[in-house]
Design a protein around this ligand. Structure first.
Ligand SMILES: [Zn+2]
Length: 202
């Protein structure tokens, strides 16, 4: 076999290897993203429990980090990936991944409210305007289980409040909006069926 052909074959197999790696990466990414629970899944509606001091949560944190990274979201709560523990991960200032373990909001700026346009990884395509506190103070532990009491404002307050509602109330605001939209659509379709069938409520 000529040198030239050998080179060609080598390039071909390199290309094949590159494609294989890309394919594997894509499958891995899809597999991780598919772990995000959606819609009416009962775990999404479960109030989560406190993480004990000596609990090993290393793998949970790793999974949350990877899943949030590949999903392109700005925050995720543990129960969104099936773990009913009080852990959230948010991108502070849209970029710094920050774990908040056992978070608790200890102050809300009752007199400073903002309208926030939000979406959620568990209710894809649903968008809602939600009232949020402009400033909050949160007590939490970081991934090294060190205690913090920290003030968060604007975007950071919004994303932390959103994720905390997942774990503490077991209900995301986008879930309520989704359900309202379904009800609204049902009303509309039953009305149009009535019009079509010439029914009249008199
Ligand atoms: Zn949500």
């Amino acid at each position: 076999m000529s040198k030239k052909l050998k080179g060609k074959n080598r390039n071909k197999s390199r290309k094949k290897m590159r494609l294989n790696t890309l394919h594997k990466k894509e499958t891995y990414k899809k597999k991780l993203i598919s772990r995000i629970l959606k819609w009416d899944n009962l775990i999404l509606k479960t109030k989560c429990s406190i993480v004990n001091k000596d609990e090993n949560i290393e793998n949970i944190l790793k999974d949350m980090g990877r899943i949030l990274y590949y999903s392109g979201g700005v925050g995720i709560a543990a129960n969104q990936i099936g773990i009913t523990k009080n852990i959230i991960l948010v991108l502070i200032d849209k970029k710094k991944p920050t774990f908040l373990i056992n978070p608790e909001i200890v102050f809300k700026s009752e007199d400073e409210i903002i309208d926030s346009r939000e979406s959620c990884l568990s209710y894809p395509g649903i968008i809602g305007i939600i009232k949020r506190y402009k400033h909050i103070i949160v007590e939490y532990e970081d991934e090294n289980r060190e205690f913090h009491k920290q003030k968060f404002s604007e975007f950071n307050s919004i994303v932390i409040s959103h994720e905390i509602s997942h774990i503490l109330t077991g209900e995301c605001d986008l879930y309520k909006i989704w359900k309202e939209q379904i009800e609204e659509n049902n009303k509309k379709s039953s009305l149009s069926a009535k019009i079509e069938n010439n029914e009249n409520d008199i």
